[in-house]
Design a protein around this ligand. Structure first.
Ligand code: BTN
Length: 324
């Protein structure tokens, strides 16, 4: 949402009663502007109760990103720089713009409370309401061109799934190449964007969106079945802790991937593969291939077996569907 009144939400997040006058003075806006902002906050899925003669009360805790915690944890434990933002068009676009101006270290990340133009794969939008989910991007530099990043998107999927299993989400899996799903509903998405020399130094911006508190009814504009962490388990950790955990798995796996390649992840992939052994349809433009999903190759291509034998597919060219 553009112009989301996050200053007001931050002010209300102490869950104390605030009068309209006090809010107007604190934010330097008129009473009618206060009222309009309260409506926007309500429409974004936060419960704000008007208490006649007293003011307004936010009836729920808002899990804001804890910038000091995130920056300290990533710096002290992993020596990684991180920028925490209130709002940005897209964390991926932010890093891509920064890469046009200069180089960035591997592992540098940016995480935002909200995105006004969050982007998904295949030109889709990624719905990114304030403080409801996690939206972040990480830069990683590869020295030997695009060929050495084959399988990378699967490694990112494995990393997210590992962190989710660690917090108790046992039935999470990865739909090739990198949708994080639970019971066929999408929980998180990954967008990789590559810049630089296709045969030499290239930079990959790894964007991750993980649904945390988002609830149906609050949200429109998502054209596929989705779910969110809070609907799936008794969520005991805050978004900031979740982000640091995700970064831990991601960075460890990226280092291993750089060193050993995708082959080192095949058995991990097998334990997260959403469709292994199931009948699937592969959509290649207007051609459809039907077969049984049979794992992935040493470079992360999808293997499908049918009467014609085993065929392999790379992620840029096809769409995968379960055959019902
Ligand atoms: C998908 O379509 O499944 C990929 C979704 C990726 C969304 C994340 S949110 C953080 C980063 N910034 C973006 O604009 N997109 C990615």
């Amino acid at each position: 949402m553009k112009n989301f009144p996050y200053h007001l939400l931050i002010l209300l997040s102490d869950q104390k009663i605030h009068s309209g006058e006090e809010i107007g003075l604190a934010l330097g806006i008129s009473r009618s502007a206060v009222w309009k902002q309260l409506r926007k906050i309500h429409n974004a899925g936060f419960n704000v109760s008007p208490l006649p003669g007293r003011g307004y009360l936010l009836d729920e805790t808002v899990d804001l990103l804890d910038e000091a915690y995130i920056v300290r944890e990533l710096e002290e434990k992993y020596a990684l720089p991180c920028t925490v933002m209130t709002e940005i068009d897209s964390t991926n676009s932010y890093l891509l713009r920064a890469l046009q101006v200069g180089s960035l270290p591997s592992g540098l990340s940016v995480v935002a409370e909200a995105q006004t133009a969050g982007r998904g794969r295949r030109g889709r939008q990624w719905v990114s309401p304030f403080a409801k989910n996690l939206y972040f991007s990480v830069n990683w530099n590869f020295q030997s061109g695009m060929s050495c990043i084959e399988g990378l998107s699967l490694v990112v999927g494995i990393s997210i799934a590992e962190a989710l299993r660690e917090i108790g989400l046992q039935d999470v899996s990865v739909k090739w190449p990198n949708d994080i799903v639970v019971a066929n509903k999408k929980l998180a998405g990954i967008l990789l964007e590559v810049m630089g020399d296709p045969t030499g130094l290239c930079h990959v911006v790894i964007g991750v969106g993980l649904n945390v508190y988002m609830r149906a009814g609050q949200i429109s504009g998502i054209d596929q079945e989705w779910t969110a962490l809070q609907q799936l388990l008794d969520l005991k950790i805050k978004r900031s802790e979740m982000f640091v955990r995700l970064m831990h798995h991601l960075v460890n796996n990226l280092k291993k991937f750089e060193r050993d390649g995708f082959a080192a992840f095949i058995s991990a992939w097998d334990s997260y593969d959403a469709y292994r052994g199931q009948e699937v349809c592969i959509l290649l433009g207007d051609r459809v291939v039907i077969g049984v999903a049979s794992g992935v190759s040493n470079t992360g291509e999808l293997l499908v077996s049918n009467d014609a034998g085993i065929q392999s597919f790379s992620s840029g060219e096809v769409s995968l569907r379960k055959r019902w």
